[in-house]
Design a protein around this ligand. Structure first.
Ligand SMILES: [Zn+2]
Ligand SMILES: [Zn+2]
Length: 119
């Protein structure tokens, strides 16, 4: 069990990009929130601005982590902290080019097939 990143109380696992939105079961897509910060009125399930903020933060983190334009799967495993099974899932629907997997497509894949824009 992990603690809420906001208040330190006992946390529940929240998928930043929901599984219904194409979100993946990988550590970067999890955040731990207590019941209130998860399901309460200011939590991502009730407040779409908070929801989008978590998504934009994840997207920015991915942009920070992936500095090159192309990656091979071994590099992605290390950078994204994913196991071989999770790597297989990430690779689904991902084009493989001569130079490897394309940064922007990896980000889009993890974001559930879209790039989020700040408004
Ligand atoms: Zn949740
Ligand atoms: Zn909390």
């Amino acid at each position: 069990m992990k603690n809420c990143v906001l208040c330190g109380k006992l946390g529940e696992k929240h998928h930043i990009v929901y599984k219904s939105q194409g979100g993946l079961d990988i550590p970067l897509n999890y955040i731990y929130l207590c019941f209130e910060h998860h399901r309460g009125i200011n939590g991502p399930h009730k407040n779409r601005y908070v929801d989008k903020e978590y998504k934009l933060n994840l997207q920015e983190e991915l942009i920070r982590l992936l500095k090159k334009d192309y990656y091979d799967i071994e590099e992605l495993k290390k950078i994204l902290n994913i196991n071989p099974y999770q790597a297989k899932i990430v690779q689904i629907n991902l084009n493989k080019y001569k130079l490897g997997y394309k940064k922007i497509e990896v980000i889009k894949r993890i974001m559930g097939g879209k790039i989020y824009v700040k408004k």
